[in-house]
Design a protein around this ligand. Structure first.
Ligand code: PGA
Length: 254
């Protein structure tokens, strides 16, 4: 079922000590202040902190642990890499795949991402699969084509059962870390388009049940307006996830 969800992507920030302090502030604030909403929260710290941060999250409630990437192979001689099964074994439930920073700096393409998705699902992880266009693509009026291709090549090879586990994140590249948020109308337009593509590739029920997050300079000021859109089910938050007060306000925005 579609749910309201806020995921914090810490990227390559924080030390373990900073991270533990941040999570303790966030969980305290959320427990005190978030009532009457069943919004789910996913914390995605860097690999080395996963286990320790996971232990600090209250069990059985709205908090979940996520990773920021995984390797496409199950195991083997891939020095420096981390498998989906390893993530699952330290308590991760989610994994972000296809973030534009991975696509851009690490040359991850739709073909590779389709393999990573399979690996994550085989290990029992729920992928948060990111799509989104560059400014150039938007200005060339090619956003829908571009996103439809990312979905087709990266995601729609999954079976119905596999697809059920996936969260989609729409992250316009021009909005990530730039302070330039998509307007709620721009976000809604693309979210509705993504849902329509899911209905075509699978069926109306799958489309209705898919959680679609917005990401890109979402913050405590604009979250309420973004989350009020009918097809925006939550957010994938970068910068504002590193500040306990800001992140909590975003979680409270439903
Ligand atoms: P931002 O990052 O909120 O700092 O723009 C979002 C993301 O990259 O997931």
């Amino acid at each position: 079922m579609r749910k309201n969800l806020v995921a914090g992507n810490w990227k390559m920030n924080m030390t373990l000590q900073d991270g533990l302090a941040l999570v303790s502030e966030i969980t305290n604030m959320v427990q005190d202040e978030v009532t009457g909403s069943d919004v789910q929260v996913v914390i995605c710290p860097p690999f080395p902190f996963l286990s320790a941060i996971g232990k600090q999250l209250p069990e059985g409630g709205r908090f979940h642990l996520g990773a920021q990437n995984c390797h496409q192979k199950e195991s083997g001689a891939y020095t420096g890499e981390v498998s989906a099964r390893m993530l699952q074994s330290v308590g991760a439930e989610y994994v972000i795949l296809g973030h534009s920073e991975r696509r851009q700096y690490f040359r991850e393409d739709n073909e590779l991402l389709s393999q990573k998705l399979k690996a994550a699902l085989a290990a029992g992880l729920k992928p948060i699969f990111c799509v989104g266009e560059s400014l150039e693509t938007r200005e060339a009026d090619d956003t829908f084509n571009f996103i439809s291709q990312q979905l087709k090549e990266g995601l729609f090879h999954l079976s119905n059962e596999e697809f059920d586990q996936v969260v989609v994140a729409y992250e316009p590249i021009w909005a990530i870390g730039t302070g330039k948020t998509a307007t709620s109308a721009q976000a809604q337009e693309v979210h509705a388009f993504i849902r329509e593509q899911i209905a075509r590739a699978y069926d109306a029920e799958a489309a209705e049940n898919t959680t679609i997050l917005y990401g890109g300079s979402a913050n405590a000021q604009n979250a309420r307006e973004l989350f009020s859109q009918p097809d925006v089910d939550g957010g994938l938050i970068g910068g504002a996830a590193l500040k306990s007060r800001d992140f909590t306000e975003i979680i409270k925005s439903f």
